[in-house]
Ligand binder design. Sequence first.
Ligand code: FE2
Ligand code: FE2
Length: 165
Amino acid sequence: MRLASAPSIGKDVITMLKEQHRQAKLTFERAVRLRGKELAAAFLDIQRLLLSHEAAEQAIVHPVAKLIVEDGEAIIAARLEEESALKEALAELRALEVGSARFDHRLQALRFDVLSHARREEQDELARLARLIDDGRLKQMTRAFGEAHAQQWVADLSGPGADGA
Ligand SMILES: [Fe+2]
Ligand SMILES: [Fe+2]
């Protein structure tokens, strides 16, 4: 499951972000049915997916949307606030015992928050961006997104928890 969020060849960054949202939804659905080591592995997948996804959005997509989408400033400020709350929730989960009642409860809450965030992002940001952006800019962003992910994989492969799967 490691490479589930790897950018797919030939797709633009907006399509890839929406695919990652779907991937996150499926990974949460899988995780909440698992226990023990399998749950811990799924939680690791969730962390990798969310952290690299939000980092790439913040570096590559939000700054452009902020400029060209109507009310971009307010829309992106709201998304950034949600993203920092998601990051905090992940850190809180990491401090809990995987599979404890508290962990399960917080994981469910995170699942809900991630899906709501993704839904708002698709409606208020990505759909509007897709209508407004020109091809050249979109290609440039897509390239940058691929590069950001390539770096992420290198970090993953050499970092803690790397399992070569
Ligand atoms: Fe986001
Ligand atoms: Fe997103």
